[in-house]
Design a protein around this ligand. Sequence first.
Ligand code: ADP
Ligand code: MG
Length: 223
Amino acid sequence: MAFDTPPSDTPPSDTAPFDTALAEAWIRAIAAAVDQDRDRLTELDSAIGDGDHGSNLQRGFTAAVTALDGLQPAGPGAVLVKAGTTLISKVGGASGPLYGKAFRAIGAALPEPAGPAALAEALAAGLDAVRALGKAEPGDKTIVDAYTPAVAAFRTAAATGAGLAQAAAAAADAAERGALDTVPLQARKGRASYLGPRSVGHQDPGATSTALLFRTLAAVTAR
Ligand code: ADP
Ligand code: MG
């Protein structure tokens, strides 16, 4: 009968909270995305760094997935804290401690289960952790240049009633714009800063991987 079939134009409901399964899915999806984008991240880091950003993140997130395989996490926060701890211990480059501290802070700030506004605040705690460790300001051509607009967009979306997927998509768009906007900047933090004006004209690898993290969050929350 006709009214047994739901209308095909019903938008997918975007009301699910950020729970343990989504947190695990996010880390696993990041590992897959980093596998796929390793060479692009490495090329960006070859231009203004030492060419290891892709392999650093691949090593770190592969190890994070392995760590999760044996874990019975107490909640989404525990998943992200575990991932962060693994990044800190497995990645030697600057990005390991920075992303590691970020994931640990996001996990520590996350209630269970978290709605969009709570996830926005947890993500903001992650940005605070990056800034506390790395001391970078917006405009220094770092992770902060993608992460800052992503948090702002996530917060705005959550405050206006967006679900997780919609808020994460807005954050990913903002992070990608932030990463593109690093091209004309001169690096003032990290290895790229040693190049001085020669760092101008290249997209920052860390800002690029931050955009990848937010795009991946948008993908898993839209499933
Ligand atoms: P390394 O620079 O030690 O080789 P990676 O290549 O893995 O480490 O990461 C480089 C990225 O780390 C840079 O592109 C930049 O975005 C980020 N980064 C470096 N220093 C800082 C900092 N102080 N604050 C925020 N991000 C930083
Ligand atoms: Mg490097």
